[in-house]
Design a protein around this ligand. Structure first.
Ligand code: GDP
Ligand code: MN
Ligand code: MN
Length: 254
């Protein structure tokens, strides 16, 4: 197997609305065919203008109620509610399903790595955004690359946040091992590997969380795989979501 190289893209400035992120990336690092470009959603959102000024937000009754419940700022909570398609948990933190299928704490709305008084939203169509980046880089460099857009997320059952893929292009989310045989000839029946989250996780490690200034990572030498894009459970399959929704309903009745 060929070695896999993970390259931090260093030297990018603070990203602002309207910045040509793809050009800034290709001016900073020469890309090769097959590279996986991993981009923190934070900078994609800042470049594309998925940010909000808290001063322009008027919190409604629900935002004020949830803000009091969770000890948060009502305008911030309104931004979270505006980004939420389905509210799964109200407390001790808001857990939201977004239109793109991602489920995230506070709808992935972020205070950090932006000026005071502003928040960063997740891109509204992260799959479309990943495709756009891929096509733009093809146009700029002639290179056919793959793209993953990430966010740092908590997960169930374990402490600690990891990078998750929220948008991708040029590869399938899942590498499907079903039908393969293991070392002893047993047929694998349920193994589907969420490869893009594994890559997002390591890229997130290279990015860091605070003031590293590394919002983009190139993963070079990753083999290709085949599989499918059904990363998100549908509502009936998702046992955790069902349990949380039922629990919240019981609490409301008490
Ligand atoms: P998230 O995981 O998408 O929410 O993004 P983070 O806020 O954790 O940032 C990921 C990485 O990108 C960290 O190394 C940050 O320091 C860096 N970063 C965030 N914003 C910018 C920016 O505008 N310019 C640069 N150069 N780095 C940034
Ligand atoms: Mn984030
Ligand atoms: Mn992060």
């Amino acid at each position: 197997m060929q070695p896999i190289t993970v390259l931090p893209v260093e030297g990018l400035p603070l990203i602002r609305i309207g910045d040509d992120l793809e050009k800034m990336i290709t001016d900073t690092i020469p890309l090769q065919d097959g590279d996986i470009l991993v981009i923190a959603s934070t900078v994609l959102s800042k470049a594309r203008g998925y940010t909000r000024d808290l001063a322009t937000i008027q919190p409604g009754a629900q935002a004020r109620r949830l803000a009091a419940l969770n000890g948060e700022e009502p305008r911030f909570v309104q931004a979270v509610l505006d980004a939420t398609e389905d509210l799964i948990l109200e407390e001790p933190f808001i857990l939201s399903a977004l239109a793109c299928g991602h489920i995230g704490v506070r709808a992935g709305v972020d205070h950090s790595n932006i000026e005071d008084g502003k928040v960063i939203l997740l891109p509204s169509d992260p799959m479309g955004a990943a495709r756009e980046v891929q096509e733009r880089i093809q146009a700029l460099t002639g290179r056919t690359i793959r793209v993953i857009i990430t966010d740092t997320c908590g997960r169930s059952f374990r402490r600690g946040q990891t990078g998750h893929a929220i948008g991708w292009s040029g590869m399938t989310a899942i590498r499907d091992f079903r039908g393969d045989t293991d070392l002893f000839g047993h047929e694998l029946e349920i193994t589907e590997e969420a490869v893009i989250d594994e890559i997002a996780g390591f890229a997130n490690f290279v990015m860091g969380e605070s003031n590293n200034g590394v919002p983009v990572v190139v993963v070079r030498g990753c083999e290709t795989w085949s599989g499918h894009d059904n990363l998100y459970f549908n509502q009936h399959e998702d046992l955790t979501r069902r349990a949380l929704t039922n629990q919240a309903a019981v609490q409301r009745m008490e």
